[in-house]
Design a protein around this ligand. Structure first.
Ligand SMILES: Nc1ncnc2c1ncn2[C@@H]1O[C@H](COP(=O)(O)OP(=O)(O)OP(=O)(O)O)[C@@H](O)[C@H]1O
Ligand SMILES: [Mg+2]
Length: 378
């Protein structure tokens, strides 16, 4: 891509309502713009990073045996009455009426829609196990939308739902997803910890949150030197001692980028979602659900990877992998050599940006430092 053709409106200063560094830098680097509180437009550079995160998620979800589908964003009240969540979900659930005065909501999560699908389509143990995921826009009418993509009202989430024959198989699926999550956040270039967690609104019995370690994180987590042991404040042992190393747990700030839940039969019982086992007897499907905030992951990556001049993208989720910066682009020789490198990289399938603008080297380097593409040819 030629910089001169790219809509990348960089800013010298961030608007004053941007508090955290990722929000400031995403605005300054021309990645996002606010349309309303908690509602953002993704500009080309922002969308490229979002798509890179999504691609990593897709590859690892597919490798873990999950299949992609796309459920509706809008759901009827009746479905949420069946699960019992319509009266209890609270104001985060954005509700509205259609022209016939029927109640609907925008999906903040999709256990209802997917369990409805599966109860209609799955009948036999031979069709199991099944794991379905989507990457979709969610809406949660957050009381305090803030920090840009970190806590939006409209945001992109990957949500996956698993259906197994029994507790043992569902637990295996849970741990397979847990491992897939570790691979995803590693490929995104993040320093993170899986953390034992409570199950909150969604319900269930076993859950882990994945936290990116960053000073600006909203959550306090207690972590051992053993990278597999960490807790949220709800779950930390009273003496704050690691059960394995017997050493005191250390306190960190964390950004929750994903969460996995073992749901059991909570939704399958509510929805009468059963299959017939090998003896032909009906059994409730045993479920799990697994979410990742796509935009929040990109924002958390910036919280962890920036310097005084701007973003320093981990290569795996950088909008472009390489930026060519000819400093005297109006010199024919420089121009030819630069475009030659650019075209060669493109031919090899490298996603490359060339700063073909007739700007001073100072301006070009400042913009390059701000948008943070990690590999440069100059
Ligand atoms: N308002 C939001 N804006 C952006 N991403 C979000 C938002 N709410 C949730 N997410 C992302 O979706 C993932 C799965 O959703 P989940 O239901 O676990 O969120 P949550 O626990 O309610 O999040 P939080 O506690 O931060 O409100 C979260 O781990 C997070 O990465
Ligand atoms: Mg959560």
């Amino acid at each position: 891509m030629k910089y001169s053709n790219l809509l990348v409106p960089t800013l010298r200063d961030a608007p004053s309502d941007a508090e955290v560094i990722s929000h400031k830098l995403m605005l300054r680097a021309g990645m996002i713009r606010k349309l309303a509180a908690g509602i953002y437009t993704y500009l080309p550079l922002g969308l490229l990073t979002i798509r890179k995160v999504e691609t990593i998620i897709r590859e690892e979800m597919n490798a873990a045996g999950a299949q992609e589908l796309l459920l509706p964003i809008v759901m009827p009240r009746e479905l949420w009455e069946e699960s019992g969540r319509w009266p209890v979900y609270g104001k985060e659930l954005l509700r509205f009426k259609d022209r016939h005065e029927r109640d609907f909501c925008f999906g903040p999560t999709h256990e209802e829609a997917v369990t409805d699908l599966v109860r209609n389509e799955i009948h036999s143990y031979r069709q199991l196990p099944l794991a379905l995921y989507q990457i979709q826009t969610k809406f949660r009418d957050e009381v305090r939308p803030r920090f840009g993509l970190m806590r939006g009202r409209e945001f992109i989430m990957k949500d996956c739902y698993s259906f197994d024959r029994d507790e043992k198989a569902a637990t295996e699926t849970y741990w397979r997803m847990f491992e897939a999550y570790k691979k995803i956040f590693k490929r995104c270039g993040l320093e993170f910890r899986p953390v034992e967690a409570g199950t909150g609104e969604i319900g269930g019995t076993l859950s882990h949150e994945f936290h990116v370690l960053a000073g600006s994180g909203e959550s306090e987590i207690f972590a051992s030197d053993d990278p597999d042991i960490a807790y949220t404040d709800e779950k930390v042992p009273a003496d704050k001692i690691c059960p394995k190393t017997k050493q005191p747990l250390k306190s960190f700030r964390g950004i929750e980028v994903g969460q996995v839940f073992y749901l059991g039969t909570k939704y399958s019982e509510a929805f009468k979602a059963t299959y017939s086992d090998a003896e032909g007897k009906p059994q409730h499907l045993v479920m799990g659900c697994y979410g990742i905030g796509v935009g929040r992951t990109a924002a958390a990556a910036i919280e962890q990877n920036h310097d005084a001049n701007g973003i320093v993208w981990p290569l795996g989720i950088s909008p472009y992998s390489v930026q060519v910066i000819p400093i005297a682009v109006d010199d024919e020789n420089v121009r030819n050599i630069s475009f030659d490198i650019y075209e060669k990289l493109q031919k090899q399938g490298v996603d490359v940006l060339i700063d073909d603008r007739s700007e001073s080297p100072g301006v070009k380097f400042k913009d390059a430092d701000l948008i943070g593409i990690p590999l440069r040819v100059k």
